[in-house]
Ligand binder design. Structure first.
Ligand code: GP9
Ligand code: MN
Length: 635
């Protein structure tokens, strides 16, 4: 053999570089063609191509930690593991349309389920995943004794530096595409698209370790502490217990809808004409002092509140960090009453980890993107347009056994509030010059029209009479970055007082036969679960819940927001600025007047966090009376 070639084949550095390029190419091809990642633009194409490089260099350079004599072996082992991880994800994806996570590996019987069909999921072409592995093993074997990874320290440094550079470049580009990717929105498909499979596993490992450490140190007497606090609080008596017993339930999560849009007019036209009429209907109860308690988990946080009457977490989305916890979700409780539960949503099922969290909450069925006909023509922004979404959902809802407990999650009225079809535009934009705010009213108007159609369809299909509709805004749509434009809309300066008041979202409970009224009690999403269970006549005494029935007469007016703000009938305390205001007049008052409520807010949030981080509800079953059957996680 040519001497130069021979020398090259003995060079550890050459071996390292060739292996890196092979794994890089293989990973890219797998990311690109084995997963459907919905690449939206050329930047995302570039990111996907770049993304494996940093992590491959990083992981393979871990072989430098080993003594020189063992380095080639360590290197090949790492190479093998990375190929295995890639390959396992590819096979898993074929079956589940999702990526492997540690909690899924530990808690679910997914792999057992996959076991039988694993063979049928593989094909001869899969051998291509292993060709390079074999080639590298053969190469190392042939050059045994000569091939060594004893590279200079400087070279090692250069490799590690390149890997870190590639990772941070990747992270920056990913963040431009999706801000706060690591903390806020967490969708596995999105993460893999922007950060790759290897980084995803690294992230998943860190997150799992963090959650587990909290859990391991938690003790059952902490649950007693929570219980003691809750029993020291006022326990209002429900007056509507069982008023809607046996009815079907249709919850509608109204994306980004804040209460200020209700009754608002742009150029003389109502933004929410259907909702305005519904509020005035004799069978509707409307809450005009109802707040959201969501944090970074946005929609998923509101779903968490609704199902559990616990607060979401101060950081991250509890749907992704603590999906392995024990919960007593509303769907699970209602199962005992003979209810079938389902969620309808036109987006990826792994978004917000819903595919994992829903079974844990006791949902029987999740109709997600794969159940709908989603095309570029009937989609905008995040996915399926609301109008199409409701229309296509009709046969699905009809297929459910009654009584049903369902949740519809709308999508079109989502930041950045865009419509792509002239006929969907039914109202003018406002003229503040802030595009986000100006467009907000158009998508809200569109969503309102979709509700109107949905109600008509429900009536036409005979699904209306026996059903209670509970419609709530999931979280704010306009953040404080838009205060200038919002002050124009509201006709007043946006101080911390107005900012806190803007966290009100609409809540409407509508059902034929329900006595209509407008209720001004101060409440929040944490109160939904007890309100719903009471209306349906379900006793839930042993459960831990922070909310109270919104329809109970002697309930305490209270809303504790995730940022520590607290609202009562008298005060508005802004957790951020720590300012205290008179609720009726909006006048700032002595800060000390809010001390008590601020303290109460903190106590309650801390206890709820402790409960979630420590997975304390798992101790509930050890207490004298079991609450419900153990959750049917494997479904
Ligand atoms: C995604 C949808 C929107 O499926 O629920 O999520 P958001 O960004 O509003 O939390
Ligand atoms: Mn949302």
């Amino acid at each position: 053999m040519n001497k130069r070639v021979d020398r090259l084949l003995q060079s550890g550095l050459f071996f390292f570089l060739i292996a890196t390029v092979l794994l890089w190419a293989k990973s890219y091809l797998a990311f690109r063609f084995s997963f459907s990642l919905d690449l939206e633009n050329t930047i995302q194409e570039y990111i996907l191509a770049l993304t494996p490089l940093g992590s491959i260099l990083f992981f393979l350079s871990l072989s430098f930690i080993f003594p020189k004599a063992k380095r080639i072996k360590a290197f090949l082992t790492l190479y093998f593991i990375m190929t295995f991880v890639l390959f396992a994800n590819v096979v898993y994806y074929r079956f589940f349309n999702d990526f492997i996570t540690i909690p899924v590996l530990m808690q679910y019987k997914n792999f057992a389920q996959l076991g039988g069909s694993a063979k049928s999921l593989m094909s001869v072409t899969d051998l291509l995943f292993w060709v390079d592995v074999v080639a590298l093993f053969v190469w190392a074997r042939m050059k045994k004794g000569q091939l060594s990874l004893s590279v200079k320290k400087r070279t090692m440094g250069a490799i590690v530096a390149t890997s870190l550079l590639a990772i941070s470049l990747n992270l920056n580009l990913a963040n431009e595409e999706r801000s706060e990717l690591l903390t806020r929105t967490f969708d596995r498909a999105m993460f893999v698209k922007l950060m790759g499979v290897y980084n995803f596993h690294l992230y998943d490992t860190v997150m799992t370790a963090n959650t587990q450490s909290h859990r391991v140190f938690a003790e059952s007497d902490e649950l007693t502490e929570v219980r003691n606090y809750l029993s020291s609080q006022k326990d209002p008596k429900s007056e509507n217990f069982g008023a809607l017993e046996g009815k079907n339930v249709v919850l509608i999560s109204m994306e980004s809808l804040q209460n200020f849009a209700i009754d608002y007019k742009v150029n003389g036209k109502e933004v929410t004409p259907f909702l305005n009429d519904l509020i005035d209907d004799k069978n509707s109860v409307y809450f005009n002092n109802f707040y959201h308690n969501t944090g970074q988990g946005k929609t998923s946080d509101s779903e968490f509140l609704l199902a559990n009457s616990l607060y979401p977490l101060p950081r991250g989305a509890v749907f992704t960090t603590n999906a392995g916890n024990e919960f007593n979700g509303t769907p699970e409780i209602l199962k005992e009453k003979g209810y079938t539960s389902a969620v309808f949503h036109g987006n990826n099922d792994s978004f917000w980890n819903r595919d994992v969290m829903y079974p844990a909450l006791g949902y029987d069925r999740f109709f997600s993107k794969k159940d709908y006909d989603v095309t570029p023509e009937n989609s905008v922004n995040y996915g399926l347009k609301d109008m199409e979404f409701f229309e296509q959902s009709m046969p699905m809802i009809k297929s459910l056994e009654k009584p049903y407990y369902t949740k519809f999650i709308t999508l079109t009225h989502h930041y950045p509030f865009v419509l792509n079809d002239e006929e969907d535009v039914m109202i003018d934009q406002t003229q503040t010059g802030d595009g986000t705010v100006d467009r907000y009213f158009q998508t809200a108007r569109y969503m309102d029209e979709a509700f109107k159609k949905f109600f008509e369809d429900m009536k036409a299909n005979g699904e209306y009479e026996d059903t209670v509709f509970i419609m709530y805004g999931d979280h704010y749509g306009i953040s404080e970055n838009h205060n200038r434009a919002m002050s124009e809309i509201m006709g007043t300066e946006i101080r911390p007082f107005e900012h806190t008041q803007l966290q009100r979202v609409p809540l409407i409970i509508h059902s034929p036969g329900l006595e209509g009224k407008t209720v001004d009690t101060v409440g929040s999403q944490v109160d939904l679960k007890p309100t719903i269970l009471n209306l349906l006549g379900v006793k839930n005494e042993n459960d831990i819940q922070f909310g109270t029935d919104l329809l109970a007469k002697d309930r305490e007016d209270l809303a504790i927001l995730r940022d520590g703000s607290v609202i009562t009938d008298k005060y508005v305390y802004d957790g951020d600025s720590e300012k205290c205001y008179n609720k009726a007049t909006g006048q700032e008052v002595e800060g000390s007047e809010c001390d008590d409520i601020a303290q109460k807010g903190q106590t309650e949030l801390n206890l709820s966090d402790k409960l979630v981080y420590g997975d304390l509800l798992r101790f509930l079953e050890d207490e004298e009376e079991p609450l419900t059957n153990s959750p049917n996680k494997e479904k």
